[in-house]
Design a protein around this ligand. Sequence first.
Ligand SMILES: N[C@@H](CCC(=O)N[C@@H](CS)C(=O)NCC(=O)O)C(=O)O
Length: 202
Amino acid sequence: MMILYSGTTCPFSQRCRFVLFEKGMDFEIRDVDLFNKPEDINVMNPYGQVPILVERDLTLYESNIINEYIDERFPHPQLMPADPVQRARVRLLLLNLERELFVQVHILEDKAEKNEKLKEKARAAIRDRLTQFSPIFTKNKYMLGEDFSMGDVALAPLLWRLTHYGIELPKQAAPIQKYAERIFQRPAYIEALTPSEKVMRR
Ligand SMILES: N[C@@H](CCC(=O)N[C@@H](CS)C(=O)NCC(=O)O)C(=O)O
């Protein structure tokens, strides 16, 4: 059985919980207290971070790598496209999301970071990038078109935390807000939320 070591408020862990529930297979989630990190986390992941997935003698870290593995082990519903060209495009999209948005998320998540100007810059960068993204969702139901995919999984934890991070999107970002609501209504999305995540958004 797969075991996921997960942070209860960690957006990257949320990605993996989301995929596990989408697949509807047997797994165990172990909550990790990041303020009092158990020593075995550093043993399993040299970078000392969650999420971590363990299955028999395989130990994996990095949310997108974990999610691709889960998707290949349990192909239904498939979250990476079957076509190699499309799959390569999704991988590029996942990288772009990390570089353009989740670098800023790291700044907002860092409790030791007290530089309010830096945090404000991170909020503005996220707001502007999501607003640029927004027109895609006037014609697309999901990030890649008609099909829900790993791109949607990767972005959802940030969309869920916008108010929590103090980010307000402008009116022209309405299409991405509507898209976010569509994702938040998925049964697997709701099941994967921890109690601490549920209260981030009302
Ligand atoms: N790029 C990693 C980021 C994981 C990450 O930043 N995890 C944070 C919690 S949200 C963590 O474990 N922090 C503990 C630490 O760095 O000591 C991923 O996608 O899995």
